[in-house]
Design a protein around this ligand. Structure first.
Ligand code: 1CP
Length: 347
């Protein structure tokens, strides 16, 4: 169990072992295009990565949802694809299309990756974290994050999002040693990146494994559980008290094994996971986070209230962090976010 680091922050109290009521709340992608004030700042920079590497802009858009909604945690504004960028792969974000990368599909491509400059390249993100830890309210937790090796590898190999990951899955079967090289590079770069985030002020870390659900059981153990466990070990060796949240999206019945084998302190659940089942199957030492359907947040009204109430009922008396099952989508009306916060806090 974690030491009681900062009793003023409800989210850290949950990790320290307390049942906190009402549960702390934050939302994945709480900064972003659903907020007009985000679009206004974003419009000033053409390249999305450059935007992530500009501390003035990144601090501002991280703070925007806190000002509006008073979330219990703030997540540093960056992206999971800064790691391939820092390794020397070409990464671009195209309007309406999302990320586009120069794909890596063979040993030649792997050999071009260079991990030496990762920390220097990502220095602006550490600067953003330092400023945020001075600027956020004293009751708000500061979350740092990275993509998990498998999910980042999917983008590196496929060259884009919205995929069924066929090339990455085939490569991992066809040439497991080569694919392992890629995973090793990512475990090393991601661990160093996360440790530096903690040194810069991150109080909690989240690992996003958005594509974990496409793997067979054997490959899930090899490409999700093992690398996650390595990262947890390396980060904990340097930063023993920082809570780490895993997010193995769409992994259903594999989630208890994921928690047991990786040593994460918390697990973020997608909306397909029955919360009562998760509370039964996952040891109480692991904090659960989740898992409102992000579509309900678009719909609003009574349906949204019922969705929130169901989660509140099932998580009553437990160590829990209220969140979505996946990130806020751009078409979400900001008022619906406020509706959820008010309902949780009984206003
Ligand atoms: O136009 C814009 O402004 C770009 C939209 C955008 C934003 C706001 C992208 C492009 N990334 C982000 C920020 C971001 N991404 C954050 C910090 C903001 C916050 O949470 O408040 C975080 C935590 C992420 C994480 C991320 N990026 C994930 C994991 C979570 C998830 O959604 O599954 C993934 C898969 C990405 C890749 C990515 N970056 C951007 C897009 C549109 C995507 C998804 C592409 C796809 O469809 O596969």
């Amino acid at each position: 169990m974690m030491p009681k680091t900062n009793p003023e922050k409800p989210i850290l109290r949950v990790f320290a072992g307390d049942v906190v009521s009402p549960s702390p709340v934050w939302m994945m992608r709480q900064a972003g295009r659903y907020l007009p004030e985000y679009k206004a700042v974003r419009a000033k920079t053409s390249s999305f990565l450059e935007f992530c590497y500009t501390p003035d802009a990144a601090v501002e858009v991280t703070l925007q949802p806190l000002r509006r909604f008073g979330f219990d945690a703030s997540i540093v504004f960056a992206d999971i694809l800064v790691i391939p960028d820092a390794l020397g792969q070409k990464v671009a974000f195209k309007e309406g299309e999302g990320p586009v990368l120069d794909p890596i599909r063979d040993l030649e491509g792997l050999k071009k990756l260079n991990a030496d400059g990762v920390i220097t390249h990502l220095a602006p993100i550490f600067e953003t974290l330092k400023r945020l830890s001075a600027e956020i309210p004293k009751t708000t937790g500061l979350i740092g994050f990275a993509g998990s090796p498998w999910t980042v590898a999917v983008y590196m190999v496929e060259g884009r999002g919205r995929t069924d990951c066929e090339r990455a899955r085939a490569w991992a079967y066809r040439a497991p040693d080569e694919f392992q090289m890629l995973m090793d590079i990512l475990v090393d770069a991601t661990s160093r990146y996360l440790i530096e985030q903690v040194k810069s002020g991150a109080e909690i870390l989240q690992l996003f494994d958005s594509w974990a659900g496409v793997l067979s059981v054997d490959q899930f153990r090899k490409l999700v559980i093992k690398p996650t466990r390595r990262i947890v070990e390396i980060v904990k060796a340097a930063c023993p008290t920082v809570p780490i949240i895993g997010f193995p999206r769409q992994c259903g019945v594999m989630i208890p094994e994921f928690v047991r084998e990786t040593g994460v302190d918390g697990v973020s659940l997608d909306h397909g996971v029955p919360l009562d089942w998760a509370f039964r199957e996952i040891p109480e030492t692991c904090v659960l986070q989740g898992n409102l359907d992000n579509r309900l947040l678009v719909v609003g009204g009574d349906a949204l209230d019922r969705g929130v109430d169901d989660i509140l009922l099932k998580s009553k008396g437990r160590r829990f962090i209220f969140n979505l099952g996946h990130g806020i989508v751009p078409e979400t009306p900001p008022d619906h976010v406020q509706q959820v916060i008010d309902r949780i806090r009984g206003k």
